[in-house]
Each structure stands twice: as structure tokens, then as C-alpha cells.
Design a binder for this molecule. Structure first.
Ligand code: OGA
Ligand code: ZN
Length: 377
């Protein structure tokens, strides 16, 4: 075995085999789990499970079990006339007893305003991503771990971000179209399509599943104003968790309401979600925050005051210079970020002083993490 660790002893229990390894670790392997994960259970191409666990009883257990001559764990089952052969290495790698003993390590590197001084650390050259998997991996790692990256020196023709984005995967379509045009227009259906200031926000919080990532490709930005800001919502949530627990708990436990019903729509979209949501490991999952599209809240009247104060406190921290970074996009930059972690904004600009045109793209979080997992293998 590659990891130099072998099965030393196996004992049968009422619902699991207890395996002792040569390094002293012990694993429990449940009988239904073992039968369900027999190496023959999956189709070799789709890798979908063809075996149907519902066809065996809950009392399935090994009639016989032993390490065979090839070193595989061989189990003859008491029903279904089937024998399974498991690689020791696979068993060790997939051992849920050992996995559950390990302390969870977050993939997220939280940051605050000090990142402003080191924007180079989150920058990556466009051509490096196009020409090498290492460049692509670096971009994906920044997106996954820091939630932010700035791609430098991209072409500045309209729609020219597609090739670099397609190095990751396909984009996510919305009714704003792909790319969406961030340019000031008369009678816009989104406040981004004006010359106004945009407070730090996420895009499309009123979707059940808002886009995981956003890419703002700067074609031209020579008007006065229009400087960018960004804040790590996970870092602000973490600050509240450590320092203002009651506010944090309110933000985790209260479903806020978001809505979109701009005048061009033939649908009214709305969704309830907490401002901070956590993963099964208690890590940060999503931030939902947008002053512009939060609906009239309708939570418990006895909680409204507490909820509004928590929202107000969170919003102020999300704009605090201790946490947010400020920078200016240049033509050829693609400001790339986790839309359910970072909030982004811009200062107002003077449309009569020059031109400002960004093209925006969305992508699902699954595409970023899935591609990174694949390339790191
Ligand atoms: C947007 C947006 C920022 C900018 O289009 O969602 O936030 O800098 N734009 O114009
Ligand atoms: Zn936006």
C-alpha cells in the first residue's frame, strides 16, 4: 500500500466490521455502507451507482470475511449471493471514522483593509491563465480561498472575457444577459446601470441560488469617479461571531426577505434567507446583504427591533474602512469575486467627463470548486 498502512485485525460486530490498522488507527465499517460501496456497485463510465441498496434487507451482514491473497478485504454476504472485494487503500482513504475525528480546517483566508497594500497578491496575468494550467489553478485558488482576484491585461474588446472564463467553465445565464452591460443608460432596470454610487452589495440576493461568482470586465474607465470597493463578508461575520455574538446569532437565525420587481419584468422574484448562513461544519456559507433589494421585512413583531439593529450593525461594518478595500479598475482588468461572500461597490462617476463601461458575467460556485478539485488531483 502507498501509505504503508495495512489492516492488522478485523472483528465482526452487530452492525459493523471493526478494523485495526498497522499504525494503531481503528475504523468502523457499517455493513450497509460496505455493501453499498462494493467496487462493483458503480458503472465504469457514468460512475453512477447501479446497485440498489433497497433490494437488500437492513440485516445484511458478512457470512464470511477475510483478507485474501491479494490483500483485499473479501466479504461474502449473507444475502444476494454476492461477494465484495475492497482495496485496503480505498477503505483507509474513505474511512469515515478517521475523517470524523479530524478537526475541520476552513479553506477560507479571511482578509480586511490591509489587503489594499498588497493588491499584487490577488492579481494574475490574463495570458498566464490562458496559456497554463498553473495560471488557471492560481486564479481558482484565489477565488476559492480569498474570494477575490483581479485578472490583469485582458483584451478590451466587447465579450472578450469569454475565452478566459471558459478556461473554468460555462457562465450562468440570467435575464440581465451575458455579459450584462454596466454602463449608464436612461431608465435603467438596475441601479448599476446609472452613474450613481453603489453601496457595498451582492448581486441578485433575491434568487434562491444567487450566482456564486461574478466577473466584472473593465473595458474602459476614464470618467471621474467610479472607484471600486470590496469587503470580505466572511471576515465581518467572523468579527461579529467573536465580538458581538448576539448580533451574529440574530443574523444567522433570522430569514430576511429580498425581492426584485423592476419595471421590465414579467415575474416578481423574492426569497427569504438569513444574512449569514453556515455550513455543516459551522463555517461560513453565504452572506446575503443588499440595502437596495431587501424587501419590507415581515418577521415576528417582537423581534423586528433586534433584527433591524443587527442588520444595521452588520451593514455599517460592511462599509467600515477597517474591513473594506478601495481600488480603481483599469481597462483590461477582470474583477473576479465570490458573490456570496464579498460585497462590492463603486463611487459615483461623472458620465460627462469620460467613459466607463464594464461587462459582467456570472458563474456558479460549483464550477469554480469542481474545476479546482479536478485540476489539483
Ligand atoms: C454591478 C456592479 C460595479 C461597478 O454591475 O453589479 O456592482 O463598478 N457594478 O460598476
Ligand atoms: Zn453589483
Amino acid at each position: 500500500m502507498k501509505n504503508n498502512c495495512n489492516i492488522k485485525n478485523i472483528k465482526k460486530n452487530h452492525s459493523f466490521l471493526e478494523v485495526e490498522w498497522s499504525d494503531g488507527e481503528k475504523s468502523k465499517f457499517n455493513y450497509m455502507w460496505l455493501r453499498d460501496n462494493c467496487p462493483t456497485a458503480h458503472d465504469k463510465d457514468s460512475r453512477h451507482r447501479m446497485f440498489n441498496i433497497l433490494k437488500v434487507s437492513q440485516d445484511i451482514n458478512p457470512k464470511k470475511y477475510a483478507l485474501n491473497e491479494e490483500g483485499k478485504l473479501e466479504i461474502e454476504w449473507n444475502e444476494g449471493n454476492h461477494t465484495s472485494y475492497y482495496d485496503q487503500e480505498w477503505l483507509r482513504k474513505n474511512c469515515y471514522t478517521i475523517k470524523n475525528k479530524k478537526k475541520y480546517v476552513s479553506p477560507y483566508q479571511l482578509w480586511d483593509s490591509s489587503l489594499s497594500k498588497d493588491l499584487k497578491s490577488i492579481s494574475i496575468e490574463h495570458d498566464e491563465i490562458i496559456n497554463s494550467d498553473n495560471g488557471l489553478i492560481k486564479w481558482l485558488e484565489l477565488l476559492h480561498h480569498k474570494g477575490i482576484a483581479i485578472v490583469k491585461n485582458s483584451p478590451v474588446k466587447e465579450k472578450s472575457a469569454f475565452p478566459v472564463l471558459n478556461r473554468i467553465s460555462h457562465t450562468r445565464e440570467t435575464f440581465f444577459k451575458t455579459p450584462f452591460e454596466v454602463i449608464n443608460v436612461p431608465k435603467p432596470n438596475n441601479s448599476a446601470y446609472t452613474a450613481h454610487e453603489l453601496r457595498n452589495h451582492m448581486d441578485l440576493p433575491w434568487f434562491e441560488n444567487p450566482p456564486g461568482y461574478q466577473f466584472l470586465h473593465c473595458l474602459i474607465n476614464n470618467a471621474e469617479g467610479g472607484d471600486s470597493s470590496a469587503v470580505d463578508g466572511f471576515a465581518v461575520a467572523d468579527y461579529l461571531r467573536k465580538n458581538e455574538k448576539e448580533t451574529f446569532d440574530t443574523l444567522v437565525n433570522t430569514h430576511l426577505k429580498f425581492r426584485d420587481k423592476d419595471y421590465t419584468q414579467v415575474a416578481h422574484r423574492s426569497f427569504y434567507a438569513p444574512a449569514i448562513s453556515l455550513t455543516k461544519d459551522g463555517d461560513y456559507n453565504d452572506i446575503r446583504f443588499s440595502v437596495a433589494t431587501m424587501d419590507a421585512l415581515d418577521c415576528d413583531p417582537d423581534k423586528m427591533d433586534k433584527v433591524y439593529k443587527a442588520h444595521h450593525r452588520f451593514g455599517n461594518l460592511l462599509h467600515d474602512d477597517k474591513f473594506q478595500i478601495k481600488f480603481r479598475l483599469e481597462s483590461g482588468d477582470i474583477f473576479s469575486f465570490n458573490n456570496r461572500r464579498l460585497l462590492h461597490g463603486r463611487t459615483a462617476f461623472n458620465p460627462n467627463s469620460g467613459n466607463r463601461h464594464l461587462q459582467g458575467y456570472y458563474m456558479d460556485r460549483d464550477e469554480i470548486i469542481g474545476r479546482l478539485n479536478f485540476l489539483q488531483q
